[in-house]
Design a protein around this ligand. Sequence first.
Ligand SMILES: Cc1cc2nc3c(=O)[nH]c(=O)nc-3n(C[C@H](O)[C@H](O)[C@H](O)COP(=O)(O)OP(=O)(O)OC[C@H]3O[C@@H](n4cnc5c(N)ncnc54)[C@H](O)[C@@H]3O)c2cc1C
Ligand SMILES: *[C@@H]1O[C@H](CO)[C@@H](O)[C@H](O)[C@H]1NC(C)=O
Ligand SMILES: *[C@@H]1O[C@H](CO)[C@@H](O)[C@H](O)[C@H]1NC(C)=O
Ligand SMILES: *[C@@H]1O[C@H](CO)[C@@H](O)[C@H](O)[C@H]1NC(C)=O
Ligand SMILES: *[C@@H]1O[C@H](CO)[C@@H](O)[C@H](O)[C@H]1NC(C)=O
Ligand SMILES: *[C@@H]1O[C@H](CO)[C@@H](O)[C@H](O)[C@H]1NC(C)=O
Ligand SMILES: *[C@@H]1O[C@H](CO)[C@@H](O)[C@H](O)[C@H]1NC(C)=O
Ligand SMILES: *[C@@H]1O[C@H](CO)[C@@H](O)[C@H](O)[C@H]1NC(C)=O
Ligand SMILES: *[C@@H]1O[C@H](CO)[C@@H](O)[C@H](O)[C@H]1NC(C)=O
Length: 607
Amino acid sequence: MRVFTYQSIVTSLLVLANASSVRAEAHGDYAACKAFPGTTDWPSEESWTKFNTSIGGKLIEPGPPPGAVCHPRESTFNPYQCAFVAAAWGTYDFHQNSPVSNMWQQFNNDTCLVGPNTPCSGAGYPAYVVNATTAMDIKLSLDFARKHNVRVVVKSTGHDFQGRSQAPGALSIWVHHMQSYKAHDAFRPTGCNFTIDTHAVTVGGGSQLGGIYEELDKINRTIVAGNSKSVSVGGFLTGGGHSILSPHYGLGADHILELEVVTPVGDILIANECQNEDLFWAMRGGGGSTFGVMTSVTLATHPTPKIVAGIIALYGLVNEPWVQDLIGYIASQFPYLVSNDVSGYAFFTYNTTTPNANNGIDILSGLIGEFMITDTQDIKDMQTIWEPILTHIKTTWPATVIMESLNPYSSFYSWFTVFYDQGAAGYNHYVGSRLLDEKALSINSTTLGKVFTDARASAYLVAGKGVREAKPRGGGLSVTPTWRRAVVHAVNGRIFTPLNSEARAEALKFVDNHTEPLRQLAPDMGAYVNENNPGERDWQHAFWGENYERLLQIKRTYDPEDVLWCAPCVGNERWEQIGYRLCRIDESSYKTDWTAGSHEHIISQRY
Ligand SMILES: Cc1cc2nc3c(=O)[nH]c(=O)nc-3n(C[C@H](O)[C@H](O)[C@H](O)COP(=O)(O)OP(=O)(O)OC[C@H]3O[C@@H](n4cnc5c(N)ncnc54)[C@H](O)[C@@H]3O)c2cc1C
Ligand SMILES: *[C@@H]1O[C@H](CO)[C@@H](O)[C@H](O)[C@H]1NC(C)=O
Ligand SMILES: *[C@@H]1O[C@H](CO)[C@@H](O)[C@H](O)[C@H]1NC(C)=O
Ligand SMILES: *[C@@H]1O[C@H](CO)[C@@H](O)[C@H](O)[C@H]1NC(C)=O
Ligand SMILES: *[C@@H]1O[C@H](CO)[C@@H](O)[C@H](O)[C@H]1NC(C)=O
Ligand SMILES: *[C@@H]1O[C@H](CO)[C@@H](O)[C@H](O)[C@H]1NC(C)=O
Ligand SMILES: *[C@@H]1O[C@H](CO)[C@@H](O)[C@H](O)[C@H]1NC(C)=O
Ligand SMILES: *[C@@H]1O[C@H](CO)[C@@H](O)[C@H](O)[C@H]1NC(C)=O
Ligand SMILES: *[C@@H]1O[C@H](CO)[C@@H](O)[C@H](O)[C@H]1NC(C)=O
């Protein structure tokens, strides 16, 4: 079933040749860089020991990376442990449970994979990890990093598609163990003189979606969050967060009532509509590890909906001249589906090979979608909505294979346990994406089919009415305002060979190039920061639109010394990664920075 997620669909895409790679420029002035292990300004053993004591012994020196047990030439080789590590390498759980690893290995620069013939070192991994469990641990970590000019990253699960939770030679604040759960029948935001009349939950800043859904299901409620057990609230909510329930209720971050945040200057603050309102706004969509570290968050919940959902597949053989028109026609029906409260994930396949009944193979192209409607248990309600679409398809392209498997689910959680993302991790992967509005989807459907095919895109039906009409506390969020008029979030991706800088550059070029037809289709729409790549052009406005300038101001207020730095993240323009080090850019060059040329320079330094 999971073979239909875009991660696997993209494996069959064409390899692009000869992507140009931009060479690094030498950077002479190392005094202008963050401290790095081995340099004279790196804190002494004694400082680290003192710091460790101050946080109750929660400092971890990672030692050899988790893949090191699989390298026969290294002293760390352990064939028994390697068998376990190699078997677990493809799971989300393995990388989330490691203090230093992450899902997409290019973000550790592939420096210690499990393959026995690959190199292994800790070079692409953080130098130290704080196994944080309290806001005070995080305050002390940020204070220490600020004082000693040490680079900081924040890791929760390591799911991030942009590598924002990884950095070589950094102090990593690992919030994964900050998982807690407390329910409220109503919620009075701290410092407000009123109570919000909604059921709510307060969870720790590292809490993972699967566990929250499971707890809430016991009282027949749910939060509005992503289709993954392991993604955490930390990255999900700070990026905005879409859900298959968003078309009904709004984005994940629309549900935030209050946050506890440790700011880069070391303050532990409550942000809500009555205090620190600017931080409250910025943390709801402005991106993770930028304005502070979220130690807990309170979210409004909903009664769990009754659901009808399942798979609808509509496809033909790849070489049939009409399959592209079929794809365009289906895409042109998204506004109709969304206006009828259908949500879901429309995975398009452009070239999927499957065995056929004659012991040969068929190469298929078309839709393999997961769709949902709520507040019913009658599958006929879904069939009625699809009926005119299927009639048109049967009449126009009679050779279309139509598969339908719909079921009632008595709660969101009973649907989720069947349909949650069960994909794999541990490999190298970039994704690209673009939000599309009704106007974009209303062009000639033949042309639309060509655009989707050129983009190799799938479409998530995770916006629409609920997102448009959301009433977030305090009046608004910092996500790009285009979310409010989006109909779908179109996504593509590219898996690539590790330890090959050309393959890496080509993959980044692939997602950029294939996202271009979507940009041209919807030039004013922007993109979702959490499902994108570090090469997005004019990322400041693509991810945040007209909110960028205010976000930048708030970043400068809460983090005047750039203690938190990531890319692509608000206010990061004063630094760039040179090799493994993070160094200041002199002002004259970063001011003119938001142009394509210097952008290529910046991303060529990262991976
Ligand atoms: C399998 C899978 C399914 C997904 N499904 C969805 C989906 O349905 N909807 C959706 O919107 N997105 C989805 N995503 C994208 C997801 O939202 C991002 O990958 C997100 O960055 C993950 O957040 P994390 O905290 O789990 O990961 P991490 O990589 O640990 O963190 C991501 C970013 O948030 C920062 N961060 C983490 N915790 C905190 C904190 N407590 N305070 C401050 N900053 C913090 C990190 O520094 C980093 O910048 C999915 C991703 C995957 C891999
Ligand atoms: C489908 O994929 C195969 C192998 O990846 C490739 O050779 C072929 O050209 C592709 N066909 C189309 C129509 O994209
Ligand atoms: C920090 O202190 C704890 C407890 O004393 C110890 O186990 C751990 O190894 C220390 N960490 C480092 C990096 O020295
Ligand atoms: C991190 O802290 C948690 C909670 O105290 C503990 O269960 C876990 O073993 C620690 N992990 C590591 C690697 O030290
Ligand atoms: C709550 O505080 C606001 C602003 O401080 C004030 O205008 C309002 O009268 C107060 N309401 C109550 C019920 O106390
Ligand atoms: C949840 O819903 C089920 C089925 O409708 C019901 O039997 C149960 O009592 C409900 N539980 C709570 C805690 O309300
Ligand atoms: C779309 O444009 C093509 C020509 O590019 C035309 O043949 C077709 O009829 C148009 N389709 C619709 C639905 O207007
Ligand atoms: C980019 O995509 C276009 C088609 O949209 C193609 O013609 C071109 O060769 C691609 N270039 C690269 C470098 O991938
Ligand atoms: C990443 O690793 C490659 C070797 O695979 C190396 O050539 C490159 O310099 C490394 N990147 C950085 C930033 O050091």
